[in-house]
Design a protein. Structure first.
Length: 91
């Protein structure tokens, strides 16, 4: 069983981070046949400090390769996004 990623008790998460976590949880609990949607929220700015998009927390490789990834690879990216949200909240 998948551990819930979203919890209202998350420390100091922005509304964008909460939205990403909710979407990640939905994607990771969906059927394998369902093609995961893109995490893009149209805030397309790469952080020089982290190398991640400030909107969706993906790397350039994850962004540019999204359309060619398998559903499972897309779920792997969503897992990374959830981990990055949690890491950012702890910083």
């Amino acid at each position: 069983m998948l551990k819930t990623l979203f919890s209202p008790k998350q420390p100091q998460l922005s509304s964008a981070d909460l939205r990403l976590l909710k979407q990640a949880e939905h994607v990771l609990q969906s059927d394998d046949d369902v093609l995961p949607r893109s995490p893009c929220i149209s805030v397309c700015r790469m952080s020089e400090k982290t190398g991640l998009c400030e909107g969706c927390l993906r790397t350039l490789d994850e962004i540019t390769g999204w359309g060619h990834r398998s559903p499972e690879d897309k779920r792997d990216v969503w897992r990374l996004i959830a981990q990055r949200v949690h890491a950012r909240a702890q910083a």
